[in-house]
Write a protein that binds this ligand. Structure first.
Ligand code: GUN
Ligand code: ZN
Length: 497
């Protein structure tokens, strides 16, 4: 067990947790987003992050500090917390990202972790190799061997109470990501960042991102706190949390602001293209886009960065409340409608419904059917897989609407798209209290038909009658031949025998 991470609530594979950071003398609630502080350019003062944005943890780069005259001495002298003016938890990165950008860095894991410890970091990072997507398998494997050696080097150093992260690499090879996850979870390191996903996000390759994260998660154990390195755009947070990511860091709020880009939960807008702000944060409430365009470079950048952070933390609070309410997948569905890249990501997530199902709570609030993709949710899969546990009488009527009473059949069960048939006793249980559209769509009917088929196949001795009036022809085709299909009206008119 990793005793510094406690999971308090869950939905999908997403969770609300508590990460204990002993060196900071505090806990951090997850999902958490750690704003990236470039020690050379403080776009927003860290003390304001704490007082105005309730930021509990931030991340900065120990490699930049170490090689910058002045910063290095101050950090060693005063410690990171005083130097930055921040009392919360501070995570430090190692320079691996610079390695990926510029090809080389002149520091070892041993040197940089000791330095991180000396300057008072609360969570340190070894020198992993962020292998980009699409490299050859040989390259991905040999890079991964170097990363795994870095983890071994990190384990060998005494860093006192500082937590140490164990990055998971493997490029776009799911089996390598899974193996890397299993290896990382087998070390005695503490936090598990999934690395080298920035190039995927920059190219809007969200299906690939989901594959990489899902694979890494299969290797990691449930109790590992998982960080998604370099991720923090508000449009993708719900998706990443639903996959089981707990920590995020992002320079996006500041980098985008520098280019006059305005973050929203459904993508990025350019300040020049906005006539109105779709946001009520303190910045947007007090200014119009035209007013911000008038500002000089520096205040304009700061105002945009502040909005960008506000909208990001607002989304994070919305996500946490959705986990509490059991509606995280509805939120992911909503975000998938905001941007085609998120739609790709959502569909890739649903390809892993079985993996999500293992951690998804058995009971939540109300299942909302909000799109054809809802038919592929883990709850639907779970019901279909468990239909063989239900015992059926000799003759069973399955109907979409309310069942007619009478003794023509031993029992009547409702068929609810997308779940399919379920016995009356379960009518008040999750997920059968679902709110579904008046007119079920084709995906919902097809899934319901799959449920009928699973039940029929599991009960060869039962005689089934299916009373449905308006099913799509493709859904009817999925119902086994031995089921008698009738119209409910005909059965009602006939009445009990
Ligand atoms: N920041 C963004 N991606 C990465 C990564 O893969 N490794 C490290 N150490 N930092 C990162
Ligand atoms: Zn705003």
């Amino acid at each position: 067990m990793r005793d510094h991470f406690e999971i308090r609530d869950a939905d999908g594979a997403g969770r609300i947790g508590r990460l204990e950071v002993p060196r900071a003398g505090r806990t951090v609630e997850t999902p958490a987003l750690l704003p990236v502080i470039n020690p050379n350019t403080l776009t927003i003062e860290p003390s304001r992050l704490e007082s105005e944005f309730d930021v509990e943890a931030l991340i900065t780069n120990s490699y930049i500090i170490r090689r910058t005259e002045g910063l290095r001495e101050r950090a060693l002298d005063e410690g990171l917390h005083d130097m930055l003016g921040f009392d919360g938890a501070i995570m430090t990165d190692s320079g691996s990202f610079q390695l990926a950008e510029y090809g080389e860095i002149d520091v070892t894991t041993d040197e940089i972790l000791r330095f991180q410890h000396e300057i008072g970091s609360d969570i340190g990072t070894p020198v992993d190799i962020p292998t980009p997507p699409d490299v050859s398998r040989e390259q991905a494997e040999s890079d991964l061997a170097v990363t795994e050696q870095a983890l071994a080097d990190a384990e060998a150093i005494d860093v006192g109470e500082m937590l140490v992260s164990a990055p998971v690499q493997g490029a776009t090879y799911p089996d390598l990501r899974e193996q890397a996850g299993r290896h990382a979870a087998g070390t005695d390191l503490d936090v598990f960042p999934i690395g080298a996903v920035v190039p995927m996000m920059n190219n809007y390759r969200y299906a690939d991102l989901v594959e990489a994260v899902a694979a890494a998660k299969r290797g990691l154990s449930t109790d590992c706190p998982v960080h998604l390195f370099g991720a923090g755009h508000p449009m993708m947070l719900a998706l990443a949390v639903a996959l089981g990511c707990d920590l995020f860091d992002s320079a996006a709020y500041a980098l985008y602001a520098r280019d006059d880009r305005y973050l929203t939960v459904s993508g990025t807008r350019h300040l020049d293209d906005l006539d109105y702000f779709p946001c009520s944060c303190p910045i947007c409430a007090a200014h119009t886009p035209a007013e911000i365009r008038e500002e000089a470079d520096e205040p304009r950048e700061r105002l945009l960065a502040e909005h960008n952070l506000h909208v990001t933390f607002e989304e994070l609070r919305r996500i946490k409340q959705a986990i509490r309410s059991g509606t995280l997948l509805e939120l992911v569905d909503r975000r998938a409608r905001g941007h085609p890249a998120m739609y790709d990501g959502y569909r890739a997530l649903l390809d892993h419904a079985a993996q999500l199902e293992r951690e998804d709570p058995i009971s939540k609030g109300t299942f909302f059917y909000t799109s054809p993709e809802s038919a592929r949710r883990p709850e639907v899969l779970r019901h279909h897989e468990r239909l063989d546990r239900l015992s059926t009488p000799e003759s069973l009527l399955l109907t979409e609407a309310g069942a007619p009473d009478g003794d023509e059949y031993d029992a009547a069960w409702r068929v609810l798209p997308p779940f399919g048939p379920f016995p009356r006793e379960l009518a008040d249980s999750y997920p059968f209290t679902a709110a579904v559209p008046e007119q079920p769509d084709r995906a919902g009917q097809l899934a319901a038909a799959d449920g009928v088929r699973a039940l029929v196949e599991a009960n060869p001795d039962t005689e089934f009658t299916l009373a449905i009036d308006e099913w799509h022809a493709d859904a009817r085709k999925r119902v086994p031949d031995r089921v008698t299909v009738e119209s409910l009206r005909a059965i009602q008119q006939r009445g009990p025998e």
